[in-house]
Write a protein that binds this ligand. Structure first.
Ligand code: PGA
Length: 238
């Protein structure tokens, strides 16, 4: 057993019958290093099992008139223990800024939720050799004024790698993770878990998992098929 984390991000990809089938498939999953983040309306079906459950997003307030939103307090009270924040799809389609992500991180930590903060560069930024500048800016802004980062995990997700079947080389991922850990150390004098995300699948996981400093993976597409996801879990956590 290792201490690496494997996080499934189902996004908005399953309907009720898919969820029912998936629940049958994972009936015997007994692994607290696995975090399943279903679409939020299906969340109760995944709770009270022998794995962790996370939200794909949350709002920054505990309570109030915010139609359509879910609060960190509500999430914790039902048994959710992780929240993905700052995913590039939320930044792109819902215009979430680093400042807003920072507010939501604070609200989650206040409510004892663990945060999986997603950061990563676009293809253009990478081509312009701006990757590290962008990563640093995202880390500094999103973690601004936090008292402790003990319950924060960072997921390095190059945006051009999400859902494209293209991944950086292992050396590039290792370099980015070293950089992220260094920046966090400079700011907090603390160590942080850094996951890799972006086109992780059952075929490339063995190689990706051989990267020295990677602490786990955030898996989108391949997590929605349990026979694929099971292979990833086995490779990473056993
Ligand atoms: P992917 O998505 O595994 O389908 O590339 C990863 C993510 O968006 O977190």
């Amino acid at each position: 057993m290792t201490n690496k984390l494997v996080v499934a991000n189902f996004k908005m990809s399953m309907d009720t019958s898919d969820v029912n089938n998936y629940l049958k498939d994972i009936a015997t999953l007994d692994n607290k290093n696995v975090v399943i983040c279903p679409t939020s309306i299906y969340l109760p079906y995944f709770l009270k099992k022998k794995f962790e459950v996370g939200l794909q997003n949350v709002y920054k307030e505990d309570l109030g008139a915010y139609t359509g939103e879910i609060s960190p307090k509500q999430a914790y009270s039902i048994g959710v223990r992780y929240v993905i924040l700052g995913h590039s799809e939320r930044r792109q389609y819902f215009k979430e800024t680093n400042v807003f992500v920072n507010e939501k991180i604070k609200a989650c930590l206040k409510n004892n939720l663990k945060v999986i903060l997603c950061i990563g560069e676009t293809k253009e930024e990478r081509d312009l050799l701006k990757t590290k500048r962008i990563l640093k800016k995202q880390i500094v802004s999103c973690l601004k004024d936090l008292k402790s980062i003990q319950n924060v995990v960072i997921a390095y997700e190059p945006i051009w790698s999400i859902g494209t079947n293209i991944t950086p080389t292992n050396a590039e991922i290792e370099d980015a993770i070293t950089f992220i850990k260094d920046v966090v150390w400079e700011l907090f004098e603390a160590k942080i878990k850094v996951l890799y995300g972006g086109s992780v699948n059952e075929n490339n996981i063995k190689s990706l998992n051989s990267i020295n400093n990677v602490d786990g993976f955030l898996v989108g597409g391949a997590s929605t098929n349990y026979s694929k996801f099971k292979k990833i879990i086995k490779e990473v956590t056993e």
